[in-house]
Design a protein around this ligand. Sequence first.
Ligand code: AGP
Length: 615
Amino acid sequence: MCGIVGYLGPNPAFPILIEGLQRLEYRGYDSAGIATLEEGCLLRVEKKKGKVVDLTNHIGEHAPTGTIGIGHTRWATHGPPNDVNSHPHLGGQGKIALIHNGIIENYEAIKELLTHRGHKLVSDTDTEVLAHFIEEVRISSGLDLPDAVRVALKEVVGAYAIVVLDQDHPDRLIAARKSSPLVIGVGSNNEFYVGSDATPIVAYTKNVVYLEDEEVATMHRSGELKIRTIGDVVITPEIHAIEMEIASLEKGGYEHFMLKEIFEQPRSIQDSIRGRVRLQTGEIHMSGIDDHWDVWNKAGRILIIGCGTSWHAGLVAEYLFESLARIPVEVEYASEFRYRNPIIRPDDVVIAISQSGETADTLAAIRLAKEQGAHVFGVCNVVGSSIARETHAGAYTHAGPEIGVASTKAFTAQVAVLSTMAIHLGHKLGRLEDKAFMRLISGLSNVPGLVDRVLSKAEPLLHVATVFASADNALYLGRGYQFPVALEGALKLKEISYIHAEGYPAAEMKHGPIALIDQDMPVIFIATHDEVYDKVVSNIQEVKARGGRIFSIVTEGDKKVRALSDHVFEVPKIHEALAPLLTAIPMQLLSYHIALLRGCNVDQPRNLAKSVTVE
Ligand code: AGP
């Protein structure tokens, strides 16, 4: 999940590389480094453990001036975060510098071969092995570097997005990818920008080329862009215009990206249903479904795959599709699905959910499902991402770039899109009558305003956070549609505050977790008015009887749960199928405030990265 950038053009590379790394730092922040070609083709490499700011402090006043360079911000896979293991890495002769996002699975075998040929490696990384290997291929074959890269990558097993700087050729940059994302920005003044995604590029150009798997691109200062497959097939570059706005990558006055993104949810939910839910005419339009009605009309089962928060959105969708469209659903962790030799039936439809559209396990699961003949529908937040491009159809969540590592607006946007799908399918399949359909699309259309209302009265959550901030553990409990929200609330808390938290179906508490309850254990209940409300009330009484500290999310006007709880937070009344769109909000804000009170880095939590592009 590292971030990689590159620049080739008439301007100094250093400021462009540093700004690009700062925009990509959410992808990994264990170490950072750059390499540029200076006056007289001197290869200058500066790299440091820590964040990009530590690198710039290390470089100080003597900034590089070269007009070609590469940069990297690391999430460590092989070798601990330290200066030596930081990227860029050099080939043995010190003439090529390489940065890499991914994992070279057969690096030990390659390392053994290189060692026999006298190569001396100084780091613990698979990336340095690749740099030496490319150089070895170039020297032993006499090939020009682009071809040496191509030939070397044919021997590599694993995932890579690389950019290579060649001391002997200051007029060209070489990039290649397989299973890790890479975007090339095409500037107006014979400039090229390389990024792991479009965020470091969009400030300079909206014209991008998405490199496909096993393609090698050679960018030249003349403005020429050559692309070949590693099998040496010439590819014609396809330029796409992206819509991302640079403003969407700034904090917009908020202290953290996470807080900004939490407060963007009225807009991101609205944008995710706009054009699809048409209240005036009482219709839903989803071309990703409607254009493939022959598939959906006979769907015998829906398999939902995802990771982390996206998996939680998939669990909400299970309740939605089964209750509203009466289609059997199974939800799977992508990492499990891809290795358990799953049985995929001809009438299965697979839904892959991913904010980044680059999660390695989800991408691999999609490829497996496609190999077995399934129709795969993607729910992604990044236009042009690998998952968006590899699925047969899909629906974008128009949440805008999500920079905070902890997913917030992407989750509610995913749930909004999945809710729209379930309502649409139920109605179109004749399993949801008109009256219920209209009630649901009216409710969905009101959600952005209700989220706004929830956000406008979120102040009391700060007090609850103060009470819970010193806890070592926490339990999140919900039933039905709120069980996945309990899981999501627990994930939010643990990933940004480092408090151990678990989400459970409320009824499951009696099968073990109730042993954890004491006066030090915060228990967060989601007890909104729905089919299982009375059952949740009983669970709250069981916790109260054992001295647990109870924080409950309730429907406005609730008295019963209020009387049983130490703290409550009210959300507006809404159809139970749409309630996760509201109850997720206090979960996000509670975690945010607790993490701040504990002095944690909310946007860049330790050990994490925004997009898990390695297994
Ligand atoms: C959620 O807050 C985490 N950042 C993480 O669990 C994330 O949801 C997971 O890695 C899946 O990412 P994706 O949606 O981009 O595929």
